[in-house]
Design a protein around this ligand. Structure first.
Ligand SMILES: C[S@@+](CC[C@H](N)C(=O)[O-])C[C@H]1O[C@@H](n2cnc3c(N)ncnc32)[C@H](O)[C@@H]1O
Length: 356
């Protein structure tokens, strides 16, 4: 069965990468009757999904431009290969966007002119019960974006301690009943393992006492476990640091996030790179000789009321855009940014990579 994805904030995200006037207070007058110029250069879609953003971006790029697309999900990569067969400008990487610098180097590309990230899961991932992301549909408790590697949620829940599970649910789900849920999971697996999404959803519902209006009691727990299993915030920290390294001067970053943990990281990264002196005062891990701004913020865009009414996923979406300045990145500043972003997200302790 074919599952479809409805892209969120499509036009503004693509405009953010290719419109030279994006974010400008006053737009230049367009030459009458002329179509907008096609953009040159190398661009990255770090979250291909089903290619909604990529396709629109390709329509705005010149014939010589290149678009490197990443996704962890083998099904998304299948869709990316199909697009590559239609359009030779597309280059496909199966892997996390956190590995952007290494992958770009492997492809012989040093700098890029635009990077877009449309974070989180796609509609096909949540709609396909066999992926195990949805607490509304009975399916195996998997939740991996990359089904070819790593532990499934069921495997992780079969071995995690109460303490670690509580920490993950509290931090990534901001769930008040994290301890009670963690205790219930560990107690339950003594008699029967948690195998399916509904096993977990029902167990959580039996423990969570207060219900937020319109929200399933397992919403926060599923979000937390998904973020942990896929190392979502760790990947984002790596990607934000990578972007500072790989963006050419004038290159743009456009990130769509769907919850406050992600948005806070993006916002703080842009703020730290745009106002390095202030960042150093708050996070004293940056080099003493703080450079001039590395990024310039081009603002924040929310979906219109119409878009939010039309597409449920758009309701919580936030697009942030920034532009790389010409300031060179001091040595090791990238590593400092990864550390800073881990601190911002408070996830160093729960990060699987952090413990390695
Ligand atoms: C919201 S969807 C993107 C939808 C896409 N923009 C479109 O219009 O079709 C997010 C996609 O990013 C992928 N993804 C999430 N985290 C990732 C990561 N760290 N690295 C690579 N892909 C990731 C997911 O597998 C999913 O396919």
């Amino acid at each position: 069965m074919e599952f479809l994805h409805r892209s969120v904030l499509l036009e503004p995200t693509v405009n953010a990468l290719v419109d030279p006037d994006f974010g400008a207070k006053r737009k230049r007058e367009p030459a009458t009757g002329m179509p907008p110029a096609l953009a040159e250069g190398v661009f990255v879609d770090g979250t291909f999904g089903r290619g909604g953003h990529s396709r629109l971006l390709l329509s705005r790029l010149s014939a010589q431009a290149r678009l490197v697309v990443f996704d962890k999900d083998p099904q998304a990569i299948e869709a990316a290969h199909a697009l590559q067969r239609e359009d030779a400008r597309v280059m496909v990487v199966h892997g996390g966007f956190g590995s952007m610098p290494q992958e770009l180097e492997r492809l012989g590309l040093e700098k890029v002119d635009g990077v877009m990230l449309d974070l989180g899961f796609s509609s096909p991932q949540i709609d396909d019960a066999s992926r195990g992301f949805s607490f509304m549909r009975e399916g195996p408790l998997d939740m991996r974006m990359d089904t070819s590697s790593g532990l499934t949620a069921a495997q992780w829940l079969a071995q995690v301690s109460v303490e670690e599970l509580k920490e993950v649910i509290a931090k990534y789900g901001e769930e008040r009943f994290a301890f009670q849920i963690a205790k219930a999971v560990v107690a339950r697996r003594e008699s029967r393992p948690l195998r399916t999404t509904l096993d977990l959803a029902e167990l959580v519902a039996s423990v969570v006492r207060t219900r937020e209006k319109g929200q399933h009691p397992a919403t926060r727990t599923f979000q937390a476990i998904r973020i942990h299993i896929n190392e979502e915030l760790e990947e984002l920290a790596l990607a934000l640091a990578a972007v500072l390294k790989v963006l050419a001067p004038g290159g743009r970053l456009a990130v769509i996030s769907f919850h406050s943990l992600e948005d806070r990281m993006v916002k703080q990264c842009i703020a730290a790179a745009a106002k390095p002196a202030e960042a150093q005062a708050r996070l004293p891990i940056f080099e003493k000789d703080m450079p001039q701004p590395i990024l310039r913020s081009l603002g924040r865009i929310l979906p219109t009321a119409e878009q939010a009414a039309d597409n449920v996923r758009a309701r919580s979406a936030v697009l942030r855009v920034a532009e790389r300045t010409a300031t060179p990145l001091p040595k090791d500043q990238g590593a400092s940014f990864v550390t800073a972003m881990r601190l911002v997200s408070g996830q160093a302790a729960t990060s699987k990579r952090g413990r390695r």
